[in-house]
Ligand binder design. Structure first.
Ligand code: SF4
Ligand code: SF4
Length: 151
């Protein structure tokens, strides 16, 4: 956990989190980083049971978005860590690993923008739909089309 933006993304559906001030968020980040640095804390992702997988046809848009969502930082679930397939950040267990050079997930093929662990990708990756955010720049006309063809 490095920035307020990442914390906001992680807890965007948590109403209690929405009540926190900027200073309180900074304090949380500071405490979490200290605990992880000291080896006292590991964080597991907590995914809801009932959220469906996204059906958005990412393969049509990865040349536009350049798999921006594969730079997002989130914690893996207990089960995903136990499977031992998806790499996690050794300095901040159990957040998904990100390459220092470009910030992307180590499982992303940078030539094709495809996931090399598609069948084993985390729940968060399976469910994420960038149409819910304003952070991905995709032509709105394309999004309407995608919706009508199975997004
Ligand atoms: S969810 Fe959006 S940002 Fe992520 S790969 Fe698909 S189209 Fe790109
Ligand atoms: S596991 Fe695959 S889909 Fe998930 S962030 Fe990494 S490359 Fe992207």
């Amino acid at each position: 956990m490095n920035t307020i933006e990442e914390l906001d993304q992680e807890f965007k559906d948590d109403p209690d989190y929405q009540q926190l001030s900027h200073e309180e968020k900074l304090r949380i980040i500071s405490v979490m980083e200290k605990m992880m640095d000291m080896g006292m804390a590991a964080i597991y992702g907590d995914e809801s049971e009932d959220q469906p997988e996204s059906r958005f046809p990412c393969h049509k848009y990865v040349n536009q978005c350049r798999a921006k969502c594969c730079t997002f930082i989130f914690a893996l679930t207990h089960e995903e860590v136990d499977k031992g397939i998806i790499a996690w950040n050794k300095d901040k267990p159990y957040f998904i690993a990100r390459d220092k050079e470009d910030g992307y997930c180590p499982h992303l093929n940078r030539d094709t923008w495809q996931c090399n662990e598609w069948e084993n990708r985390p729940l968060r990756c399976r469910r994420y739909d960038c149409r819910d955010d304003n952070i991905i720049e995709i032509d709105p006309a394309d999004l309407v089309l995608a919706d009508s063809v199975g997004g």
